[in-house]
Design a protein around this ligand. Structure first.
Ligand SMILES: Nc1ncnc2c1ncn2[C@@H]1O[C@H](COP(=O)(O)OP(=O)(O)OP(=O)(O)O)[C@@H](O)[C@H]1O
Length: 317
């Protein structure tokens, strides 16, 4: 279990963050930490300053959050140990918004260590992005009907990382088909040897950051990942054979994206495609493009949330 002490310096920074929260009437304080700390002291400081807004404490591992909820804080496990600060911060905001810890269009004071591990040295006043709010609360919940929100978010997050990072300096594409596994497999065949074959469910769960790293490696190979609604890779390297009739796709999208849209037309699955050429992540449901995320140099930016009302012609903008 990692630890982050509330030193004299860290305590003074916390006090300053609480002051700022009070002065600006911010909706929450987000403290990004490197490990477990004195949760009771943070909570005590908040009540001593007569603040009744949520204090969100985000660390990488859920083990480190032990006692935070009991102390009256709002714990958030990030599972993003090696990610750059901006990505961790953005991820924390997304999670907090999805769990409705932060209000619609909320303002947040964030306290974190930007320069040195274990030292809270930076305070930011952040305004929650309108698009981020819509994506996390309303839009993603709408997709939840067939696959749980947690699984969608995990896969979308992984897909964004694949699109952003590639592998060994080369761009990498990928396709994840989530849910309705039995039906999806009726349309799938191996495109090569499946590296996940023979492993137990735990060793194939995308909820495990190690498995996510393995998936990033395998994404370089041909074919799609078939993922259960609870996030377990059922098969990898699958070629999908589905009719492309009744689909109206944007120009320039190739066979990976056609297959992604088509499989969701035939089944109740959700497909998440990463374009190798651009790094763009697209999410399909029911044959329609539901969400598009453009890669950014730093961190994640949710962009252009395109909901298409299902119609007979089903045109994609
Ligand atoms: N039917 C399919 N099922 C599973 N994977 C597929 C299918 N068609 C293509 N792919 C995967 O997508 C890769 C790229 O194909 P293609 O360039 O035609 O797709 P694309 O949609 O243009 O994607 P990108 O933007 O990544 O180039 C293939 O090498 C293969 O791994």
């Amino acid at each position: 279990m990692a630890n982050q002490r509330l030193t004299k310096h860290n305590t003074a920074m916390l006090r300053a963050a609480f002051e700022l929260q009070k002065d600006l009437s911010a909706d929450a304080l987000l403290v990004l930490l490197d490990g477990h700390t004195d949760w009771k002291k943070i909570s005590q400081m908040s009540s001593d300053m007569e603040l009744d807004k949520p204090v969100i404490v985000a660390v990488d591992s859920s083990d480190d959050l032990e006692g935070a909820a009991e102390a009256g804080l709002r714990p958030l496990a990030l599972n993003k140990e090696k990610a750059p600060l901006l990505e961790r911060l953005q991820h924390a905001l997304l999670e907090a918004a999805a769990d409705e810890m932060i209000k619609i269009n909320g303002e947040v004071i964030a306290l974190y260590g930007g320069f040195q591990q274990g030292r809270l040295d930076s305070i930011s006043h952040l305004k929650l992005d309108e698009r981020m709010r819509r994506l996390t609360t309303r839009d993603l919940q709408m997709l939840e009907s067939s696959v749980p929100l947690k699984t969608i978010k995990t896969v979308v997050d992984l897909a964004v990382q694949i699109g952003l990072e590639g592998r060994e300096g080369k761009p990498v594409g990928a396709l994840f088909v989530i849910g309705d596994t039995r039906k999806v497999l009726d349309h799938a065949s191996y495109s090569g040897c499946d590296p996940f074959r023979g492993y137990n469910r735990k060793e194939r769960s995308l909820m495990d950051p190690k498995v996510q790293e393995d998936a990033k490696e395998i994404a370089q190979l041909d074919g799609a990942f078939v993922v259960t609604s609870d996030g377990v890779i059922e098969r990898s390297r699958q070629m999908l054979e589905v009719l492309h009739e009744e689909l109206n796709m944007s120009k320039g999208l190739g066979s990976r994206h056609w297959a992604a849209a088509a499989i969701t037309r035939r089944t109740k699955a959700i497909a998440v495609a990463v374009s190798q050429s651009t790094g763009t992540v697209r999410l399909y449901q029911d044959g329609f493009l539901m969400l598009q995320i453009e890669p950014m140099d730093k961190g994640i930016k949710w962009q252009e949330i395109a909901f298409k009302p299902p119609s007979a012609s089903g045109s994609e903008q």
